[in-house]
Design a protein around this ligand. Sequence first.
Ligand SMILES: [Ca+2]
Ligand SMILES: [Ca+2]
Ligand SMILES: [Ca+2]
Ligand SMILES: [Ca+2]
Length: 469
Amino acid sequence: MNLTKKLYLIILTVFFAVMITPSYALDFQSMGVFGKASEVEIGDINNDGFGDVVILSGSLSSGTIQVYLGPDRTFFKSIHLPFTSLNGHHIAIGDINNDNFDDVVTSYARDTAAGEGELRVYFGPSLTSVTTIPNPEPNPQQGLGTHFGIAVASGDVNNDGTDDIVVGARNSDNGPISRVGAAFVYLGPSLSSPTKIFNPPSPNIVFDNFGTQVEAGKGFVVVSDPISFVTTNSRPRGDVHVFSGTTFSLIKTLTSGNANDEVFGDRLAVGDINNDGNDDIIAKGWFKDVFFFLGPGFTSVTQKIDPLGAVSSHSFGSGIATGDADNDGDDDVIVGALGSEKAYVYEAPGLSLAATLSEPSFTTFFGHRVAFGDVDGDAREDVVVAGFVQSFYFKSIATCVPPVSGDWMITTSCNLANTATAPANVIVSSGVVFTIPSGLSLTVPSSEGLMVEAGGGVIVVFGGNIFFT
Ligand SMILES: [Ca+2]
Ligand SMILES: [Ca+2]
Ligand SMILES: [Ca+2]
Ligand SMILES: [Ca+2]
């Protein structure tokens, strides 16, 4: 058989195999642990192309940030946050001064009248240079404070190429109306003269906690008031409000569609799920569900229910993050479920459940926060799942299985999904790493070959076996 014909046959065979069953699937490999974390974010602090893991461990009395550098997650720095607070510290990551080094944004909401919250930016790569911004509207008359800093997010809300900061202040006043909540937007790089976003009118606006959660989308700001519309039932509905990132006027109010009892907007995330250039919004409801709203209209809605149903104690969505786990251009979504100590990865754009992550002991409060970022530099974004006792790093991998018949041309780096027998030749494409994980084996017919293409394919037998029969 001449080479052209053979190649043609191989292409036909691989195409046929793909039609029968997907050759590659998204999965994650547990690779190590970090300490306890109340929040986690991943960004590139030193601009070397590897994501760096930023872990916040907070308590009622203190907060500490620890930074680990990719790709080996080596410890880089510990930053002590010198305040005590009932409402704790919060973190976000963005390049606030647009120098290509990601910066760590921290907020701190203090409950006492004496000093009411603060925003800090620690600039990469050293994280020694700090900009400190106090609460712009301290209200010492209020014993509870304004809760400035109860939530913080970073992203480019006005589309000028520099990341901005959104801060929630859920007890802030609106003129004579007290404690209706607000959000403040600080545009990078100056961070001067913040814009105050007021709580949009609603039937019951006092104490509805507008500003409890905030997000910074590409061109817009998201602020939730999860206890708005207080009902006669024990739990309120909650709303998620979307504002223009340039005029800061209200674009749309999103609801779950459930009339009451939803506490909607309890957790928020943004990302481009369908890779159309518009950021989409993901919001948690109370009834074990998470809603996905596609930008820019936010009219197309997808709802996901906790796969475990009632056992998760309303915690599905305790953490939500977006990132491109399989390097196909759209943002996949990880949803943590603290109550069941699991985290679920939904593969965009279809949002099918691609992986369920957990840890063996079920004692770490796994999943209350999650983060996406490319720590190992392979263009597939990895995840860190935070737990109050311990946090876990999972590397994004592709898994693969042989086709039902014909040669197996492996064209994407992947781990063999399970012990399998190849029907014919196994050919690893140039530049592709094919891994056989520990405990698994691949059997190849002795009449056929296992080969790598010229130009540098690699077969890694990582504790597994290759047999020829
Ligand atoms: Ca880095
Ligand atoms: Ca920077
Ligand atoms: Ca900006
Ligand atoms: Ca989109």
